[in-house]
Design a protein around this ligand. Structure first.
Ligand SMILES: Cc1cc2nc3c(=O)[nH]c(=O)nc-3n(C[C@H](O)[C@H](O)[C@H](O)COP(=O)(O)O)c2cc1C
Length: 176
């Protein structure tokens, strides 16, 4: 019988959601995923799930404050279930910041929440200039310029390494 899991995601431009859907598909023979955006999670009974997975993207240096709150407010539940966390950000495209053990956002988030997921991962996201609002485009282009990333604002750049997502899915299947 497949195990029941909730995957709560926070995704503004859709890449974290895309990864979440991919994981759900990849694990479907052993884990049955319920995908929920963070804004739909208020007052949910998380205890009913065997497995809790959180996927959250970074915007201006932070994961969504709702995600942080959810973890902090349910820390007992989180630390007593099978849990996994993945972060999606642009910095993770860089070698040396592409692991959950060396990505600054993941390290900070886990320290801050005191959550100890069984499995943790970080994936590089997508820079999707055509989707961004005027000022976002300027800011992201500037950040890309100083971090030697792509600056052509007419294009989208997907940095996600799907083989890494496959490895994460395999770990979920194996450990949970
Ligand atoms: C306005 C904005 C701010 C961002 N800030 C950061 C940041 O501080 N650090 C980083 O590594 N990536 C940053 N990113 C990149 C996102 O994390 C990346 O695009 C990710 O794929 C977004 O995930 P989502 O599509 O699920 O929202 C930013 C992107 C945008 C549009």
């Amino acid at each position: 019988m497949s195990k029941n899991a909730i995957l709560i995601y926070s995704s503004i431009d859709g890449q974290t959601f895309k990864i979440s859907e991919y994981l759900s598909e990849k694990c479907k023979t052993s884990i049955s995923f319920e995908l929920k955006p963070i804004h739909d999670v208020k007052n949910m009974r998380l205890n009913e799930y065997e497995i809790i997975i959180i996927g959250a993207s970074i915007r201006y240096g932070k994961h969504s404050s709702e995600i942080t709150k959810l973890v902090k407010n349910n820390l007992e539940v989180f630390n007593n279930k099978k849990t996994a966390f993945f972060s999606v950000n642009a910095v993770a495209r860089k070698p040396g910041k592409d692991l959950s053990t060396n990505n600054p956002y993941v390290i900070k988030f886990l320290n801050k929440t005191k959550w100890k997921p069984d499995i943790t991962a970080v994936f590089a996201g997508k820079i999707d200039y055509p989707k961004y609002k005027f000022f976002e485009k300027i800011i992201i282009r500037f950040i890309m310029l100083i971090t030697k990333g792509p600056t052509d604002t007419s294009k989208s750049y997907e940095f996600t390494n799907w083989l890494k997502v496959d490895e994460f899915a395999a770990e979920l299947n194996k450990k949970f």
